[in-house]
Design a protein around this ligand. Sequence first.
Ligand code: SAH
Length: 244
Amino acid sequence: MRIDVFSIFPDMVGAFAAQALLGKAQERGLLDLRVHDLRSETTDVHRTVDDSPFGGGAGMVLMPEPIFAIVEKVQPPRPLFLLGPGGRRLDQGLARELAAGEGFSLLCGRYEGVDARVADELCDGEMSIGDYVLGGGEVAAMVVLEAVGRLVPGAMGNNTSADDESFSDGLLEYPQYTRPAEFRGWEVPSVLRSGDHGRVARWRQAQSLARTIERRPDLIAARGGLTDAERKLLSELVENGPNV
Ligand code: SAH
């Protein structure tokens, strides 16, 4: 999988992606990540990429020429997404979709944003990481890289670890515990130490359901409520039973 990122702060993104899971995925040849400097095709001595907005107003806007020039030179993998608060919201489903493809590209804005002709005529879509405004697209690009990178086949080493985590089946993950079995008087649920894999699996499923009902009822609604089997499991294994 190849991912290209365009930014006026390429080192920020490059340094982040060289570490941990993304760094290992690149070393192992699973991920071909290329970060490009938006200033690299500028022609003036100051390497200018921004100018004041037509119509007036505060701040600066990234100009179209340097962006078109570098993107046309590099010919990055498509789709090319402009990062911005008005785009399609990143979620686990979109991360999975992107990880299943052969590659994509991200364009990081800065200042007040990017000349609209870049979004309209050069990019294939816009992507947001949430309903808040960042100072630039770099952190958003890192979020996308990490969410997608860990789903690239082989990147996590243990291929099953993506299957039973939060959002994989529309639910939050069950609580996890490790040693010691008792810490400051707080005990790990005994079922997890029972060695009975069937009981452990049912307990985890019930905990996932109960947590999601409590914390994110919108996720339960999005998957069409609970099945009869799930209601039964909850009433058997979780105090107070299903409350939906
Ligand atoms: N004036 C713009 C915000 C510009 S913020 C507006 O009101 O919509 C500067 C840059 O940060 C944007 O061009 C975008 O690339 C990035 N950015 C800001 N918030 C973001 C978000 N929620 N998701 C993805 N990128 C974001």
